[in-house]
Design a protein. Structure first.
Lengths: 43, 231
């Protein structure tokens, strides 16, 4: 989808926004994962 | 009348070199160091930090450009300028309403959980069989599994696609899960780990009346926590 928006539809702004939204999701998931399992790994 | 200068042995003069003020910026050189070394070390460190900062900024530019592009109006995205002339979050609003991100996350979560669960169970059982059970052709079969690791993914792309077309699994969850299972690596890891577990534990389970499957499920699999989580 990101590729389609950027290259096929020539809408780089949309593709960039999708990339940033994806990044935000990934960071949120990483933080949740660290909170849930980080303590267990450290122990 | 000039007083005679007391004679100082040469050793004392050599010792003084390290502690004498040689005109350095901090006014002192640590005892035993070569004069001027501290300054050159500091300059080298400074140069290294400058180079590392420049490299970090270089790698940061694409990300910064992405953020900047996402905050520009659509016509402005065709030009290279790190700072947008007109700031807008229209792209975020449009993308958020146009695409169903919740569905995408649901797909990713469901598929990753399914693939991980199936891989754990199947590769665990396979690894246990290759590590502990004695059956004809075991070594040949294991080398056949290992041989699949040597085939690059790009080479398998077309045959796998044709196979999925034949069984009507194109554009389905099942087809994706089957392609992504990649059992050889995990099977190898599990086998190697099972080999490190002492046989005494299995023998104790057998004495308690456990069969192959119960031994695997109740004794071996719980002990194989490390490779499971690595996978």
């Amino acid at each position: 989808l990101l590729y389609q928006e950027a290259i096929q539809n020539i809408r780089f702004g949309y593709a960039a926004a999708m990339g940033i939204i994806l990044l935000v999701f990934m960071v949120a998931l990483t933080i949740i994962q660290r909170l849930l399992f980080g303590r267990a790994e450290a122990a | 009348m000039i007083e005679p200068t007391p004679l100082v042995p040469p050793v004392a003069v050599v010792d003084d070199i390290g502690t004498t003020d040689l005109g350095l910026s901090d006014g002192s050189t640590p005892h035993g160091e070569i004069p001027g070394r501290a300054r050159s070390t500091r300059i080298l460190r400074l140069l290294a930090y400058v180079a590392m900062t420049a490299l970090a900024l270089l790698y940061f530019v694409p990300f910064l450009w992405t953020v900047s592009t996402s905050l520009k109006p659509l016509p402005e995205t065709a030009y290279f300028s790190l700072i947008p002339h007109d700031w807008t979050v229209q792209a975020y609003q449009d993308v958020w309403t146009k695409y169903d991100f919740a569905r995408y996350i649901e797909n990713s979560a469901g598929l990753s959980v399914a693939i991980t669960a199936i891989t754990l169970v199947v590769s665990g059982m396979g690894g246990y069989a290759f590590a502990r059970l004695r059956f004809p052709g075991r070594e040949i079969l294991f080398f056949a599994v290992l041989a699949t690791l040597m085939v690059p993914d790009q080479l398998r792309l077309v045959p796998v696609y044709q196979m999925l077309v034949k069984v009507h699994l194109i554009d389905t969850y099942t087809g994706y899960v089957l392609v992504k299972l990649g059992l050889a690596t995990s099977l190898f890891l599990m086998r190697q780990y099972f080999l490190t577990i002492p046989k005494d534990l299995e023998e104790a389970a057998k004495l308690d009346g456990a069969g192959y499957f119960k031994t695997f499920w109740r004794v071996m699999l719980p002990l194989a926590g490390t490779p499971r989580w690595q996978r």
